[in-house]
Design a protein around this ligand. Structure first.
Ligand code: FAD
Length: 382
């Protein structure tokens, strides 16, 4: 077994780490407090090819592997988890389905601008009444001549307020159950009947916009159907399998930020005439954090490697996302504890890490749903 990264993977990781330390970390508190979109940071990522890492160069991407994606996203999220999720959704939830299920013409028109970082993409599956159970969605798409007419509302859509394009799912045959759902790519800037609805106020990842997509008799060309009619739910779920490696990496990045800041604080803070890092109670917290983060990293690297090898990775992506998210949350809670009262204030980034970590247990499938996915895979054929 060889754990050595390739030269290219090392370069990607080091470049992302440099951006995290020099550009993202110093500004993260500002963007968290103002809820502003971190435009310059996203532009830098686009220039480096980080907005379409695994997309072939012919469609504007960097043409790298999913291990590189996992490494870059971890480092970027270590710098700022909001920038991490903007990058994750662009790569995993928009570029992936257009690349995987789109035809040549769709890739040229809809993938290139987003993978090159010039425009943002988003992904609309969730609705007010359809979260963990997306098959219960109500948004419809009806064919009228050479156009699809879309009606409905997508909720909690990351990048929804900044995106130029969306991949969305809608019911095309209400009698066909999960096989009556299709997916479409929508040019949000040129679709009459489309508007951005409410932008949510949230607990964390405040520099990442979460918005409603509203479709009222919105008309899109017939040829914007992605893949085959009726295969939308399967496509959206396959997309989420890949996306979970992204969210797991976001969680790992948050956990790494927690550990490095907790180590620094514990070594510098003195009580009872000694640094608090001399107390075994603090050492054990740090040791547990580091061990769990390393385990999360191994699970994520394995899942990303499996995706690169084109082997079935649904179970591994779910395990990695679930474990990394639970690890980040637990680490952040202990991180605040290690900093004591200072951890509870905005003088240090620790309280932000705790707020940011929470979402990783919820989106792209809650951690309860992750356990269902793992169990379903274990019980297959039993
Ligand atoms: C900040 C943010 C960004 C998001 N970005 C996007 C996006 O870009 N695109 C998009 O489509 N969606 C997005 N979402 C939606 C997100 O994926 C959903 O919120 C999530 O899947 C959970 O759905 P829900 O909120 O409806 O919760 P529910 O499904 O109502 O779940 C509520 C609780 O019940 C549990 N539960 C539900 N079913 C089961 C079950 N069968 N067994 C055990 N427990 C169960 C859940 O685990 C959870 O604890 C985002 C959400 C947020 C908050």
């Amino acid at each position: 077994m060889d754990f050595t990264l390739s030269e290219e993977q090392k370069l990607v990781k080091d470049t992302a780490a440099r951006i995290a330390d020099e550009q993202l970390k110093p500004q993260a508190a500002h963007f968290d407090q103002t809820h502003q979109h971190p435009a310059e940071a996203c532009e830098s990522l686009g220039e480096l090819g980080f907005m379409g890492i695994a997309v072939p160069e012919e469609f504007g991407g960097a043409g790298m592997d999913y291990v590189s994606y996992m490494l870059a996203l971890t480092e970027i999220s270590r710098g700022d988890a909001s920038v991490g999720v903007i990058m994750s959704v662009n790569n995993s939830l928009y570029c992936f389905p257009v690349l995987t299920f789109g035809n040549q013409q769709q890739k040229e028109a809809f993938l290139t601008p987003v993978a090159s970082g010039k425009k943002f993409g988003c992904y609309g599956l969730t609705e007010a009444g359809a979260g963990s159970d997306p098959a219960s969605m109500r948004t419809t798409a009806v064919l009228d001549g050479d156009q699809w007419v879309i009606n409905g509302e997508k909720k909690f859509i990351t990048n929804g307020n900044i995106a130029s394009y969306a991949v969305i799912a809608a019911v095309t045959d209400k009698d066909a159950g999960s096989k009556g759902i299709s997916s479409f790519v929508v040019d949000l800037e040129n679709t009459p009947g489309f508007s951005v609805g409410r932008v949510e106020e949230k607990l964390g990842i405040n520099a990442s916009g979460t918005a409603e997509l509203v479709f009222e008799d919105a008309r899109i060309p017939k040829e914007n159907l992605l893949g085959e009619l009726g295969s939308g739910l399967r496509q959206m779920l396959t997309t989420l399998d890949s996306g979970r490696i992204g969210i797991g990496s976001q969680a790992l990045g948050i956990g790494k930020a927690v550990l490095e800041e907790a180590l620094e604080y514990a070594a510098g803070r003195e009580q009872f005439g000694r640094p608090i890092s001399a107390f075994q109670a603090i050492q054990w917290k740090l040791a547990d954090m580091a061990t769990q983060l390393e385990a999360a990293e191994m699970l994520l690297l394995k899942a990303a490697w499996m995706e690169d090898q084109h082997v079935h990775f649904e179970k591994n992506a779910a395990m990695a996302k679930m474990f990394a998210a639970d690890t980040a949350m637990a680490a952040a809670i202990e991180g605040v504890q290690i900093l004591g009262g200072y951890g509870y204030t905005k003088e240090y980034p620790m309280e932000r890490h705790m707020r940011d970590a929470k979402i990783t247990q919820i989106y792209e499938g809650t951690n309860e749903i992750m356990r269902l996915v793992v169990a379903r895979n274990l019980l297959k054929g039993k």
